[in-house]
Structure formats: structure tokens, C-alpha cells
Design a protein around this ligand. Sequence first.
Ligand SMILES: Cc1cc2nc3c(=O)[nH]c(=O)nc-3n(C[C@H](O)[C@H](O)[C@H](O)COP(=O)(O)OP(=O)(O)OC[C@H]3O[C@@H](n4cnc5c(N)ncnc54)[C@H](O)[C@@H]3O)c2cc1C
Ligand SMILES: NC(=O)c1ccc[n+]([C@@H]2O[C@H](COP(=O)([O-])OP(=O)(O)OC[C@H]3O[C@@H](n4cnc5c(N)ncnc54)[C@H](O)[C@@H]3O)[C@@H](O)[C@H]2O)c1
Length: 483
Amino acid sequence: MAKRYDVVIIGGGSGGLTVASGAASFGQKVALINESRNLGGDCLHYGCVPSKALIQAAKEVKQAEKAAGEFGLTLGGKADFNQAKARIQAAKKEIQKHDDPARFESAGVDVFEGTASFIDQHKINVKHQRSNTVLKGKKIVIATGSSPKVPEIEGLAQVPYITNEDVYTLSEVPARVAVAGGGPVGVELAQALARFGARVDVIHAGAHLFETEDETIAFKAEHKLAEEMNITPNYRLTKAAPAGSAYRFTAEHVETKSQKEITADVLFVAAGRKPNTDKLNIEAAGINCHQDGTIKVDQTMRTSREHIFAVGDAAGAPMFTHAAGIEGQTVVANLAFDLKQKIDPNGIPWTFFTDPGIFHLGMTEAEAVAAYGEEVVNVYEQHGGEVDRFIAEHKPDAYAKIITDRKNRIIGAHAVGEDPGDWMQELVYLYQKNEPLKSLSSSIYPYPARGEIIKKAADKYWRDTLFHGRSARWLKRISKLLR
Ligand SMILES: Cc1cc2nc3c(=O)[nH]c(=O)nc-3n(C[C@H](O)[C@H](O)[C@H](O)COP(=O)(O)OP(=O)(O)OC[C@H]3O[C@@H](n4cnc5c(N)ncnc54)[C@H](O)[C@@H]3O)c2cc1C
Ligand SMILES: NC(=O)c1ccc[n+]([C@@H]2O[C@H](COP(=O)([O-])OP(=O)(O)OC[C@H]3O[C@@H](n4cnc5c(N)ncnc54)[C@H](O)[C@@H]3O)[C@@H](O)[C@H]2O)c1
């Protein structure tokens, strides 16, 4: 006999947990299935939390070295990676408390440990060790996340490699690390390993690091990151082989096919993600998927079956914890009240935690020009070298680019510099409220704020309007009359 629920959720990560607590709080009878009792998903166990803990530890090591060099201090010894690992464990343990299954159970959610697979479009089998439990859901939410994609690399079977799932458990930092992939997973962690003493080679099949980013931002970030690691864009890692006590990797130019060889002690595969949809027996539910296995959804997060929703990484890009969260919130409203609330994918910002970091909201300049035409798009650029705080902090490389339409509404906003997520967040608010950039000009920033970088960009709108063009001529005339 199947156990009956209003909602059955598959996956206990950022997306699934948001749906579980939201649906239960609206009085729905909820079942949550996760492969292990350790809820929290990729973000907590292998993604955001451990990576940010490691990145911060590595940043402190780098700052200590930089300060020693600049201020004539003597620094001895080698940074202890085990201390960073201890911090990672402590952070995970603390945050894990929020995702304790008991908390969800006390909120009325039935938590099932096991692997879920569809029997038909309403029934799901949960397999745990040798037992099988069948659940029946009026509504079903798939939130199974994603895993590292391992590309075809000849000889990889003879060469041990790591992914973001193993990097935090390395017993020590290898002397030489080859990284396949120049996206955020590869570069955030590569920089951290470099700061703990590894010589890092990033092999990247794209024309530049961070392919999703505005070109100006990606180039500025890459230029700075190249001070700490060897970056080889336009090359794909194609072969791996043992070479004495180390390994030899062959990278092939994506167009000319010319080859380069790199020797390293460890290969870190960070070549993208694949959705965790392979164990779901998804055909039994009759849901349509994209070719890469991600689930097709509309903007209400419904799949091709009206009563089945998908959120988070399993539903494809954008793959972020907060994206899974907002998608989960939208699904709660849609399934509990039969609404058709939509997600605006352009309204989901993100930050990459490299140093310098990257902030992204909406369209890049190239995307905006392609979508609206050059004559409609206005671009406001602001350099940190003209902002007192960045000058005082010796960080003049900060840079922001804000793209607006003719009415000065935000189409895109991008930045590179130290913790740009902190000083660019107001633009997310403006975007959501459909407010113009120029409104920031009247906002007061406690001096010397990093956020002045976006106020100065907004001031440029007024300068263009007041001192050039038709209104400038009128203002001059009025001013003369009043003299
Ligand atoms: C190294 C790294 C760093 C990252 N850093 C950030 C960051 O700083 N900020 C940010 O916003 N995002 C970051 N991300 C992305 C973020 O981790 C993901 O977007 C987010 O975890 C997706 O949440 P989700 O709910 O879709 O899936 P997940 O959190 O992966 O949860 C899916 C859950 O479903 C379970 N599951 C899978 N299949 C089944 C099945 N058949 N039956 C039962 N259970 C199943 C899994 O075990 C897992 O617990 C990072 C990712 C990586 C890899
Ligand atoms: N700070 C954050 O919020 C954060 C951090 C990490 C990851 N993430 C999320 O995780 C997603 C996945 O990130 P990712 O870096 O794993 O993937 P990605 O797809 O962004 O980058 C992987 C890159 O690897 C390259 N590649 C593929 N095969 C290769 C090969 N054989 N040799 C060399 N290069 C190869 C591809 O050109 C690709 O650009 C991101 O899009 C993001 O949504 C977010």
C-alpha cells in the first residue's frame, strides 16, 4: 500500500528543503526523500559552505604573506591545511543544525532516507538498503541537484582525480595541481589551493575564464588571477597518463588542435555539472528532459506534467543555492494555492568568490545589445580608482558596469573587485522594483563607502542629461535668465 501525501519532494538540498518547510507551514501533508539523513545537499556538504570556508582561510594566508612582504615582517613556516579543514568541518557542523531532519519532522514533514525512483506519474519508490517504500503524491517536486561532470579524457582510468567532492578532504595540498575547467568551481578552489602553496595550472576550453560573465569583467578577473596561477584558455584537457610518481596531462587547442603538456601530482576535474536525474526512472513519470538530462520546466517551475515541479540544479541553470531557494518558494505558492507565479531568471544575481570577486545581475553588455539593439542600451562604467574608499584601501582595480535601457531601468549590472556582492546589492533592489539607476544619485552613502562606485555611475546619467543635449541647453537658458 502506498503512503499518500499532498506533496512528495525528492531531494533534501536547498530547493527541496525550501519546498518542504513552506508546504508544511501551509498545512500540506509533506514527504521529503533524501539519499541520506544528512540533509543540506551539495551546498552544505561539497559546495558553497566548505568552499567559502576554505577560500576565506586561503585569503587570510595570502593577506598575511602580502602584509609581511609590504611591511617588512618576517613570516615563517608553511600554512597548515589541516587548520583550514578544521574550519570547514566547524562551519558545516554549525550550519547542519538548521538542516537537522528532526526540525523538519517536528514541523510535520515525514523524512524518508533512500533513493527515489518513479513507478508512475504519482507513485515513487524509496529504496533504502534492502527495503522499499512506496509513496503517492498528489503533487511531486524534483529537487535532486547536480554532480560533477567528468568529461571524456583518454587514460583517465589510470589516473586518480579529484572533484569538488574530495578537495576538502585532501590529506595535504599537492605541490602541483592541474585543473580541467575555468568556471567558478575550478577557479574558486584553484585559487585557494594556490594560496596554500600549490602550483596550479588551469586548462580551460573556453576563450576566457568564467564564460557566463560580461567580457570586460571576465578579462579583468582573469588578468588578476593570472598573478597566482597559470591559465591556459582555449585548450581542452584530452589525455592523462602516469609519469613516474606524477601524471602527465595533454591539452589540445580547441581550434588548431596543437598540443601542450602539463605535469602535475593531482588532476582536479571542474568541467561543469550533470543533473542528478539518472536514478529517477524519469520515463515512468513521462516528464520531458533536455538532452543533458536537466528537466524541462516553464517559468512556474512546472514540468511537462502539470502536477510535477522541478527546482534547483536538476532544472538546469542558473545553478545557485538562492536560485533553488526562490524557485522553491515559487513552487510552494503554485502548488499550495494553484497559482501560476513565475520566476524571472534574469533577476537572479550571483557572486563568484574568487579574489577579485565577480558580481552578476541580468544581461551582459553583449546580451543586452543583441536583445535590445545598440541604440537602446546605455552603459555606465565606473572604476574603483575614482572612488575614495578603493583608493584608500589600495584596491583601485575595482570596476562596475551598469547597463540600462532608454528609461534608465537596469538591464544588467556587473562588477569585479573585493566582495562585489556587498556593494552591488542595491542594484538587485532597483531591478526588482523597476526603479531607474538615476534614483541612486540622491541616496546618501556614509563616507567613504565602497557603494559610492554605483552612486558615481548613477551620477553619470545626470551629468549626461544636465550638461549635454537638449535639456542642458534649456537649463543654461533658464540659468541665464535668473542671473
Ligand atoms: C564547489 C561549489 C561551490 C558552490 N558555491 C556556491 C555559492 O557560493 N553560492 C551559491 O549560490 N551556489 C553555489 N554552488 C551551487 C549550489 O551548491 C547549488 O546550486 C545548490 O546546492 C543546488 O541545490 P539543489 O537543491 O538543487 O540540489 P542539492 O543541494 O544538490 O540537493 C539535492 C539533494 O537530492 C539528493 N538526491 C539526488 N538524487 C536523489 C534521489 N534519486 N533520491 C533521493 N535523493 C536524491 C542528493 O543526495 C542531495 O541531497 C556551488 C556549487 C559547487 C559545486
Ligand atoms: N560562487 C558561486 O555561486 C558558485 C561557485 C561554484 C559553482 N557555482 C555553480 O556551479 C555551476 C557549475 O560550475 P563549474 O565551474 O563546475 O562549471 P562551468 O560550466 O561554469 O565551467 C566549466 C568549464 O569547463 C570547461 N571544460 C569542460 N571540459 C573541459 C576539458 N576537458 N578541459 C578543459 N576545460 C573544460 C568548459 O568550457 C566550462 O566553461 C556554476 O555555473 C554555478 O552555477 C556557483
